[in-house]
Design a protein around this ligand. Structure first.
Ligand SMILES: [Zn+2]
Length: 321
């Protein structure tokens, strides 16, 4: 049921990719979080206990940066505010290597578990930590566990109110934790209150009969067979949709401490983790990827950048708060 203060629904989608003046380039993103932040172990590991776990996110993110540098790849790094506060140097290293930095919340809580007020406070705290670390405006958002779903659509309105330009948190599939199966597969624009707009980049899916199948990276890249991934990527491209892929630094770290959890959670987290770097390397070699904000600028075909904040000092950025 729509909240009267946040009347957004999927019917508010203004246009899909066909309304952009140019096709979508391939986009790559990295959700910068540690192995103990993930939803899979949420019921065993509380945020209060995070400092007691040996952190590997800085080294793993540097490993990702090296990998990208070898392939000339640039991407968007959605950083957890908690990570930015403890490892501000990592945010600076990401930016110095020519990548975009976005926001992945502060506490990695699913949005549907929060009130609108809690979500706004978490987002502001995260963005402030990331912008303080990097000195540049943050205009992109990725929800923990793609948790922008029908019952948390109010988050889209809040992101627009907070001055974000785009979101990449709506996964148009059926899933036990997330998903909005009726959302468009191609990038689209939310029509928000007071004329505000927010672009949405759904992770890559392919249509098979009545279903959308996921093919966007992360666990799907690790767990599903390679022939499936290649078929899905070819199909998405044939349909004129660029790829919107993601993965996590912990997914290329086979030596991370093993955590105990429910069988399904541990399967999703650890399965084929030792071969993920090889998979990612092949993906990087297969295309020329760009950060999401650059994809948005290309798609919109604007003569000037959509955000003066990207790669510009914070003081000169568009109003973000
Ligand atoms: Zn995450």
């Amino acid at each position: 049921m729509a909240d009267p203060d946040f009347p957004l629904s999927i019917a508010s989608v203004r246009f899909s990719q066909s309304n952009f003046s140019r096709p979508l380039p391939d986009a790559l993103s990295v959700d910068v979080e540690d192995y103990f932040h993930v939803e899979a172990f949420r019921d065993r590991i509380t945020p209060e206990s995070w400092p007691s776990y040996p952190s590997r996110v800085a080294d793993n993110t540097r490993h990702v940066l090296d990998l990208f540098s070898r392939h000339g790849t640039r991407a968007t790094f959605f950083v957890l505010g908690w990570v930015a506060e403890r490892f501000p140097q990592i945010v600076r290293e990401i930016l110095a290597a020519g990548h975009e930095v976005g926001c992945h919340s502060y506490w990695h809580r699913c949005i549907w578990s929060l009130s609108p007020g809690e979500f706004r406070a978490d987002t502001r705290r995260a963005r402030a930590a990331i912008e303080d670390a990097g000195g540049q405006a943050v205009v992109g958002y990725r929800a923990p566990s793609f948790s922008v779903v029908e019952r948390s659509l109010w988050a889209v309105e809040i992101l627009a109110q907070e001055g974000f330009l785009y979101d990449s948190s709506v996964f148009p599939i059926h899933h036990d934790v997330y998903g909005m199966p009726h959302a468009p597969q191609s990038p689209f624009e939310w029509k928000c209150g007071e004329g505000r707009r927010l672009y949405e980049f759904p992770p890559t899916t392919v249509r098979l009969g009545p279903w959308n199948l996921p093919a966007a990276g992360g666990g799907y890249l690790r767990i599903l067979p390679e022939w499936y991934t290649q078929w899905a990527f070819r199909k998405a491209r044939r349909e004129g949709r660029g790829l919107v892929l993601y993965f996590h630094p912990w997914e290329i770290d086979p030596h991370q401490p093993r955590l105990k959890g429910r069988a399904r959670s541990t399967f999703r987290h650890y399965f084929h983790i030792s071969r993920m770097e090889g998979r990612i390397t092949k993906v990087l070699a297969s295309s020329h990827f760009a950060p999401l904000l650059e994809c948005l600028e290309t798609m919109a075909g604007e003569t000037r950048p959509i955000s003066s904040g990207f790669a510009a000092p914070l003081a000169a950025a568009s109003p973000v708060r």
